[in-house]
Design a protein. Structure first.
Length: 509
């Protein structure tokens, strides 16, 4: 297959104006599904459910089954709409979105179309250097998720080359809110950065509301990134119409959203500069190659044959309920970021490291669990992020803030050195248990018995009889050879500072 031509990014931005748009799907963590009493796999209690065990007649599209709206999902949706700065519709209604859904038994999706529950909002996002950008929100509407297909027999796990596909209906009917932006102009060369920061802001909002786990690697939060380009024109000339857009589907990490937007800008620019045209289509993101590939021609609303859902009444929240939910809103993400930076005492660079890694919630939870802000930042932006980058996953998927705090408390108590703590972290990530359980199972605690340390020091001195005299002659650095030998003998489980103290005490005798 011929390699896709890409234009240099800076040249692409010089010749074309990027216009962005995003559709972010948020799975709500209600106990049950959007229109049935079946358990919700997006809820923590149901993560390990076996395929096709969280289903009800409505989810399967069985004849005679009727949907019933989940009241909690409606409340969550209103809260999210308010947090997005949206107006809440006094009355909204559901519609049937007709499309070939192999993983929805009734072959249509219950969604909202012309009467969404929330509309006309905006979200302030903050870029790495503190620049603030207002992202206009067109709507946030309620809908149900589709099931999940597993393709068997192919080399890639995709439908191409597979022998057959299996359908898991557990996810069918999971409550979703889809957040749709208006076209976003003026991002220029920072378009990929704006994309990443926007998804991070949405994640921060839903986490602060407590309405979703927002784990992108689990599909709790999924982003469809729309990109189009239009040629630059001389000052004073009328702007050309918007270019044809592509929609890169279900990008599952903030880093990937950034990369996908950059790639599409370079790909589309190369096509347009060569005299070609852009096909309006969905595209698939490939994390391993950092590329997109064609999906299907993108349908317009008319193609879905929307019509009102006849089995559901309009949703008409009372003014009292809306006021109650508005009063319960947490602080806005941008305000929260500024507060946390001040509380934690981070420098601008330190805070950017945390924020740019999408780790604010994790660091905040780690601090709340007892770790110092400095230690929490060190673990999340250091060793945990290093492991995540090596594995090509999100750092937030590896370990919980509670375990990170527990690990640091063991360091603070002198039970672990930093080196030992890194070994314990590896065990926690490997699923060996809590930090204390890993310490016990692996026998990694620091040896705090001075008797054992003195015995190891004596052995080291016996092998290097001239060290004591060198130390007594003022060559204190000679103690390093003994300390190294003791640490090796103790398998790294000695406190090097304490070993040094004991060696110097011995020399002073």
């Amino acid at each position: 297959m011929a390699k896709t031509a890409l234009m240099d990014y800076d040249e692409a931005i010089a010749r074309f104006e990027p216009v962005l748009g995003f559709e972010v799907h948020v799975e709500l963590n209600t106990a049950t599904k959007m229109f049935s009493s079946a358990g919700n796999p997006a809820h923590a209690d149901n993560h390990d459910a076996a395929p096709n065990t969280l289903v009800a007649p409505v989810d399967m599209g069985l004849p005679g089954s009727l949907p019933v709206v989940n009241e909690t999902a409606v409340r969550y949706s209103i809260s999210l709409g308010l947090a997005l700065g949206c107006q809440i519709a006094p009355s909204s209604r559901f519609a049937r979105k007709n499309y070939f859904y192999p993983d929805l038994g009734k072959n249509y999706q219950i969604s909202q179309y012309d009467e969404p529950i929330a509309f006309e909002g905006q979200v302030e996002i903050e870029l790495a250097d503190g620049t603030r950008v207002e992202v206009p929100i067109e709507r946030a509407h309620m809908e149900e998720d589709a099931g999940k297909l597993t393709h068997v027999g192919g080399a890639t796990g995709r439908i191409q080359g597979a022998e057959y596909s299996l359908v898991d209906y557990n996810r069918a009917g999971v409550p979703l809110v889809e957040i749709v932006t208006k076209p976003i102009y003026g991002t220029e060369h920072r378009a990929p950065e704006v994309a990443k920061a926007y998804v991070a802001a949405i994640r921060d909002i839903v986490l602060s509301l407590g309405i979703s786990e927002a784990r992108m690697e689990r599909g709790n939060l999924r982003c469809d990134a729309n990109v189009s380009l239009r040629p630059r024109v001389a000052e004073g000339e009328p702007l050309p119409p918007l270019g044809t857009r592509t929609e890169t589907k279900n990008v599952n990490s903030m880093r990937s959203v950034e990369r996908a937007v950059r790639y599409e800008i370079q790909r589309q620019a190369a096509i347009l500069a060569g005299g070609g045209s852009i096909t309006q289509e969905t595209r698939h993101w490939h994390e391993d190659t950092g590329t997109t590939s064609p999906g299907r021609p993108k349908s317009d609303a008319d193609d879905y044959r929307y019509f009102p859902e006849p089995d559901l009444l309009p949703v008409a929240p009372s003014e009292e309920l809306i006021a109650q939910l508005r009063a319960a809103l947490p602080e806005a993400p941008a305000v929260r970021r500024r507060r946390l930076k001040a509380e934690w005492g981070y420098t601008d660079l330190e805070f950017q490291d945390v924020a740019n890694g999408g780790l604010l919630a994790e660091v905040e939870a780690t601090v709340a669990a007892g770790a110092s802000p400095a230690a929490a930042r060190k673990w999340w932006t250091g060793e945990i992020s290093r492991i995540a980058n090596t594995r090509g996953v999100e750092a937030t998927s590896l370990v919980s803030p509670a375990d990170v705090a527990a690990l640091q408390l063991l360091v603070d108590a002198g039970t672990l050195t930093d080196k030992l703590a890194r070994q314990v972290l590896e065990g926690v990530i490997a699923g060996e248990g809590s930090p204390q359980e890993v310490v016990d199972a692996r026998g990694l605690a620091v040896v705090s018995d001075d008797g054992a340390l003195i015995a190891a020091i004596d052995d080291a001195l016996a092998a290097q009889p001239d060290v004591l005299e060198k130390i007594r002659d003022g060559k204190v650095q000679a103690a390093g050879a003994v300390i190294g030998a003791v640490m090796k003998a103790m398998r790294g489980q000695a406190d090097a500072a304490r070993v040094r103290e004991l060696v110097l005490e011995r020399a002073a005798q």
